[in-house]
Write a protein that binds this ligand. Structure first.
Ligand SMILES: [Zn+2]
Ligand SMILES: [Zn+2]
Length: 302
C-alpha cells in the first residue's frame, strides 16, 4: 500500500507521478507518540529540520514514571512538542504509588514541564491492560486518582486499553468518575477493539475523540478487519471524533522499515488507509489529515 504514497512530499513540494502526495504546508499532528523513545531517529530529525513545507506537532506521552525527569533536547524548529504525564497500567510503581501520584498531580498542576519547558496538555496514557503483570484491582487503584487529576485540572484524559473484555470495564469506570463533557482520547482503536463500547464512548462523551495509528492498517484477522472497516464506513460522525497518531516508536505500520517510521510517514499511511476505507467524496488523505488536526487542536487546545 505504501507504494501509492509519495514520502518525498512529506518534506518537499513534489509533482512526481506517484498516486498520493500530502499537500504542502498542511501540518502533521501526531496525537499520541513517545518522543523519549524515538527522538534518536536521525533520518527524521534531519528531514524535518531542513524542510520548508512541513511542521509537526506531537503529543508526547510520558507514561513511564521512571522517565518523568528525563528530557530530550529538541533542536528542530519544525517540531513542536506537547506533553502528557501519566502512569501506564504496565508501569505501576511497586512501592511508592501514593507518592508517585502526588508527584504526578504536582507536575500536571504546573501545566508546564519545568525541565523541558513544554506545555502539559493531558493526563495519560492510563487505563487497563490485560498483558500487565498487575491485577486489575491494582490497575484500578492507579487509574482512579489519575482520572481525578484530569477532572480537577480539566485536562484531556488519554486512555489506553488492551484486552477486549476490559473495554466495557474501562468505559464504565471512566464514566462513573467524569462528567460527560470531559475531553477524552481513546487511543489506538483498532480492529480487535470492542466497537460497541467505542460507540457508547463516542455518544456518551460529547468531547471524545478516538485515535487511529499504524496498527489499524495491519490485518491480523480478515473477518475482524472487514467488520472494523465497515464500522468506520457506516459511522456517519466518525470524522468529528477522529484524530491520527502513531504511538511511535511502537506500532510501525506493516511493510514500512523502522528507519523510515516517524510521525510523518506513520500519519500519512494511516490517513491514506482512512481515505481508502471511507471512499467518501472530497475526503482524501490530505483533507483527512486536516480534519484530524482540527479535532486534535480542539481537544488539546494548542
Ligand atoms: Zn512525489
Ligand atoms: Zn502509547
Amino acid at each position: 500500500m505504501h507504494s501509492q504514497l509519495c514520502f518525498k512530499s512529506l518534506f518537499e513540494f513534489c509533482k512526481c507521478s506517484l498516486h498520493t502526495h500530502l499537500t504542502k504546508d498542511i501540518p502533521i499532528v501526531d496525537a499520541h507518540c513517545h518522543l523519549d523513545d524515538f527522538y534518536n531517529n536521525q533520518l527524521f530529525v534531519e528531514s524535518l529540520s531542513t524542510t520548508t513545507v512541513r511542521k509537526v506537532y506531537a503529543i508526547s506521552n510520558k507514561h513511564k514514571y521512571q522517565n518523568w525527569n528525563k528530557h530530550l533536547y529538541n533542536s528542530c524548529d519544525n517540531l513542536h512538542v506537547y506533553e502528557s504525564f501519566g502512569i501506564h497500567p504496565k508501569f505501576i510503581p511497586e512501592h511508592d504509588l501514593h507518592e508517585r501520584l502526588i508527584q504526578l498531580e504536582n507536575i500536571v498542576n504546573s501545566r508546564v514541564n519545568s525541565l523541558s519547558g513544554r506545555p502539559i496538555v493531558g493526563v495519560g496514557e492510563v487505563g487497563f491492560d490485560e498483558t500487565s503483570r498487575y491485577q486489575l484491582i491494582d490497575q484500578k487503584l492507579a487509574l482512579e486518582r489519575q482520572i481525578l487529576i484530569a477532572r480537577q485540572t480539566d485536562l484531556p484524559l488519554i486512555l489506553h486499553c488492551r484486552g477486549y473484555s476490559f473495554f466495557r470495564v474501562l468505559f464504565d469506570y471512566v464514566s462513573s468518575l467524569l462528567p460527560s463533557n470531559h475531553p477524552i482520547q481513546w487511543h489506538c482503536v483498532k480492529s480487535d477493539s470492542d466497537l460497541t463500547v467505542i460507540d457508547n464512548f463516542i455518544s456518551y462523551f460529547s468531547n471524545s475523540i478516538i485515535s487511529l495509528n499504524g496498527a489499524t492498517t495491519s490485518i491480523k484477522d480478515i473477518d475482524q478487519d472487514k467488520v472494523f472497516k465497515k464500522w468506520i464506513r457506516n459511522h456517519p460522525h466518525i470524522l468529528n471524533h477522529l484524530v491520527l497518531e502513531t504511538d511511535c516508536p511502537w506500532l510501525c505500520p506493516q511493510g514500512l522499515s523502522i528507519q523510515r517510521y516517524n510521525p510523518c510517514t506513520g500519519i500519512f499511511i494511516t490517513s491514506k488507509w482512512v481515505e481508502n476505507v471511507l471512499r467518501a467524496p472530497g475526503k482524501n488523505a490530505s483533507t483527512i489529515v486536516e480534519i484530524a488536526n482540527d479535532n486534535a487542536n480542539k481537544i488539546f487546545r494548542f
